[in-house]
Design a protein around this ligand. Structure first.
Ligand SMILES: CC(C)(COP(=O)(O)OP(=O)(O)OC[C@H]1O[C@@H](n2cnc3c(N)ncnc32)[C@H](O)[C@@H]1OP(=O)(O)O)[C@@H](O)C(=O)NCCC(=O)NCCS
Length: 161
């Protein structure tokens, strides 16, 4: 069945994340996850030489950060640690634009395969990864603790480069 865009696509400006972004990234991250990461955690992640992080900025106004994607890479393999888009800009192609940009940059620095985990009931994220060519290579039952029943994580993989 065809999947139609939820909203007209946005064309965000994509750039590397930098140390000045940490506060904004912590706020943005908290909009997408029950357990957010603090500004300090972002500082630690962004100063790790194995981290690769990109942000998407809106083109109007002050060019606010509307999305972020961070992964960790070592010897040709990367793991996507987080991806989040500001609530008001979801469903407009920002996640897809960031993910493609990020995968291209990973390929340029020699990464050959990318892994990630996603809750199997996270429809938006599963669709984002599936349409970018990720395939399931494993399952971790009861991986994400939640009130009520814990959620299964899908382990996805995609070759790059
Ligand atoms: C997951 C997330 C990053 C997606 O970003 P986004 O900018 O909204 O996604 P896009 O608009 O680029 O859409 C990407 C694909 O997902 C689909 N999609 C987007 N929202 C969807 C929804 N609510 N339900 C089903 N599919 C959806 C789009 O149709 C598109 O599919 P296509 O490529 O086949 O056309 C965003 O929803 C988010 O920040 N969620 C909270 C944090 C999170 O769950 N992160 C992932 C953890 S693994």
């Amino acid at each position: 069945m065809p999947v139609f865009p939820l909203f007209p696509p946005l064309q965000p400006v994509l750039r590397d994340a930098d140390a000045d972004d940490c506060g904004t990234l912590a706020d943005l991250h908290a909009t997408g996850f029950e357990r957010g990461w603090s500004e300090h955690e972002f500082e630690r992640l962004l100063t790790d030489r194995h981290s690769v992080a990109h942000v998407a900025c809106g083109t109007g106004g002050h060019g606010d950060i509307i999305g972020a994607l961070l992964s960790r890479q070592v010897t040709g393999e990367a793991e996507i640690l987080t991806v989040v888009v500001r609530t008001t800009e979801r469903g407009m192609g920002v996640g897809r634009a960031m993910l493609h940009h990020h995968l291209d940059r990973l390929a340029e620095i020699g990464v050959r395969e990318v892994f990630l985990e996603v809750a199997e009931d996270n429809d938006a994220a599963c669709r984002l990864y599936e349409s970018a060519g990720f395939v399931e290579v494993g399952r971790r039952k009861a991986y994400y603790a939640r009130p009520g029943e814990a959620a299964t994580a899908l382990v996805l993989r995609r070759a790059v480069g």
